[in-house]
Design a protein around this ligand. Structure first.
Ligand SMILES: [Zn+2]
Ligand SMILES: [Zn+2]
Length: 142
């Protein structure tokens, strides 16, 4: 429903600390979000800011399964960032907290419709009868 667009600019603010086993990265990332309102399907544009902390080990010998390891002098923050962002994403993003969604009858977006938008609901039994009544308008001969 919502996510960080491909090729989005992600602002990073990170601090690196050398520790015994590796490099501890602490930071925040800010990224744009694009998605669709779960209620009315309008585009939703927002942004997320996440904090993360990850220890990058100098060597695989000291790291456990799933730990991050320094690649030479490179830190690959992508999966760290992705994991952090995923946790912040709303399951049902909405364009606004009070979004009223779509009309169940005609699908119009209620925020765009006239106030009190509703439909005359014709009782199914009457609808049937209406079709059965013949029209006599043209029966009279002069
Ligand atoms: Zn909406
Ligand atoms: Zn409607």
């Amino acid at each position: 429903m919502i996510g960080v667009p491909k090729d989005a600019d992600v602002e990073l603010d990170i601090r690196l600390e050398a520790v015994m086993e590796g490099v501890l990265v602490t930071g925040t990332a800010r990224a744009p979000l694009r998605g669709e309102c779960a209620r009315c399907l309008e585009p939703v544009v927002s942004e997320t800011e996440v904090g993360f902390q990850e220890l990058f080990f100098y060597s695989a010998d000291e790291a456990a399964e799933g730990d991050s390891i320094l690649d030479g002098e490179l830190l690959d923050l992508e999966s760290t960032f992705r994991d952090a962002v995923v946790l912040t994403l709303p399951l049902s993003p909405v364009c606004s907290e009070d979004c009223t969604g779509l009309c169940v009858e005609c699908g119009v977006r209620l925020a765009d419709a006239e106030p009190g938008h509703k439909h005359e609901v014709v009782d199914a039994r009457w609808a049937k009868l209406q079709g059965l009544i013949p029209e006599h308008n043209n029966d009279q001969e002069s």
